[in-house]
Write a protein that binds this ligand. Structure first.
Ligand code: FEO
Length: 398
């Protein structure tokens, strides 16, 4: 029996908890996730977003515990990605809402996804207001945070901002509020979400935070589409988003690598020691079963330097390294310095490939990198150590 969770008078959480989700398009979701949908009862009844389609009936049950679903007048689509929209066809056919409120890009994306030109679209833009009785809903478009269609809904009478994926976390819990869970775990999941979903759009985050300040929105609650609802910790959450989206990074380095017969690992270890020797924080992370790509990205989020290492396999970098570099390239960790390490038997070409990939990610190379044949000599180990020292010194001058 799935019931709604009353957040405050007339405002209910009707989402679902996906306890067993462990992979979200390449992002490891070790804590599961939630797909949050919200129901607001006024003279008009409004549903904000829906859930992933395998959970459609659960959403309907939670709505039914508050009101007959057919009484929903408006559905607001803040974000068209399928984790929030794939229940729409079933729900719209069943409840026949008067309006589907979305951005212009939202309408375009909904038609692309579901081929339903007959739905009662009501397109809104930033500043538009829809009255629902005693309350109003105003809209704030957030294009490319993180899809073209994305927008937030604000209910001024309740001081609630429904923020789509922004400030979301993949964090399945029976609790619904930020005050009910361990704060450091919440912030870890918030950080991981930012690093793996929001990071490429950091300049837009800075712009959005300024817009929210300029609009003087009075916000008591931020209700994202994933994870916990922010109340007491709104200032912490906004400050973290400000810092993570800022080009100013910490004096911290991440060394990630994979290794065949430990040559690259010895090099990575020596670079790590060189960085550490200068008092700079460093994380050494072996790829594969030891560290997931999305956890490495979470560490890179606030690191000013990135070092990659790979052995050579059939004249190519190791598969885990190629995977990580492709993933990282999409997330654009610009403003960082970096370097590459490799080992080889008879073809030294991998170092160049690693350098190319680092540069394509927006990382500024601080050195041409180091490659060794078969097994590093003591002099190679010293060179790696000195490279670490150089990286740390560069970070210390920033
Ligand atoms: Fe939670 Fe961008 O979907």
């Amino acid at each position: 029996m799935n019931k709604a969770y009353k957040i405050r008078e007339d405002f209910h959480w009707v989402g679902v908890i996906d306890w067993n989700l462990r992979d979200f398009h390449g992002y490891s979701t070790e804590k599961g996730s939630t797909y949050n949908a919200y129901l607001l009862k006024d003279e008009k009844v409004v549903l904000f977003d829906t859930v992933k389609s395998p959970f459609s009936e659960e959403l309907m049950e939670r709505i039914s515990s508050v009101i007959a679903p057919e009484k929903i007048d408006y559905i607001v689509v803040n974000h068209v990605e399928m984790d929030h929209s794939s229940s729409l066809p079933l729900i719209i056919d069943r409840i026949k809402p008067e309006k589907i409120i979305c951005s212009a890009k939202g309408k375009e994306a909904l038609i692309s996804h579901f081929k339903r030109t007959d739905w009662p679209y009501h397109v809104v833009k930033t500043g538009d207001v829809v009255n629902i009785g005693k309350r109003n809903i105003s809209f704030l478009e957030t294009p490319m945070l993180h899809w073209p269609d994305s927008m937030c809904s604000y209910i001024p009478e309740e001081k609630i901002l429904i923020s789509n994926d922004i400030l979301g976390q993949h964090f399945a819990t029976s609790e619904r509020f930020d005050t009910e869970v361990d704060f450091s775990e919440l912030m870890c999941q918030n950080k991981k979400y930012f690093a793996n979903i929001i990071m490429p759009y950091s300049p837009l985050v800075q712009k959005l935070l300024k817009t929210i300040t300029d609009m003087k929105l009075d916000i008591q609650m931020i209700a994202p589409d994933h994870g916990l609802i922010w109340t007491k910790h709104i200032p912490d959450a906004l400050k973290a988003y400000y810092e993570w989206s800022s080009p100013k990074l910490e004096k911290k380095a991440v060394v990630f690598y994979d290794t065949m017969w430990r040559s690259t690992e010895k090099m990575a270890y020596s670079v790590t020691e060189g960085i550490r020797s200068q008092g700079v924080s460093v994380k050494m992370m072996k790829l594969g079963d030891d560290n997931h790509r999305s956890d490495i990205m979470t560490e890179i989020l606030d690191a000013g330097a990135v070092v990659v290492g790979s052995s050579t396999l059939n004249n190519e970098m190791l598969p885990h390294v190629a995977d990580m570099l492709t993933y990282m390239k999409g997330l654009k960790p610009v403003n960082r310095i970096g370097a590459a390490l490799s080992s080889y038997g008879w073809n030294p070409g991998v170092l160049k490939k690693l350098n190319t990939e680092l540069e394509a990610s927006g990382v500024k190379l601080i050195s041409e990198g180091i490659t060794v044949k078969y097994v590093p000599e003591q002099s190679d180990i010293e060179n790696c150590y000195n490279l670490g020292v150089k990286i740390a010194q560069e970070l210390n001058t920033k």
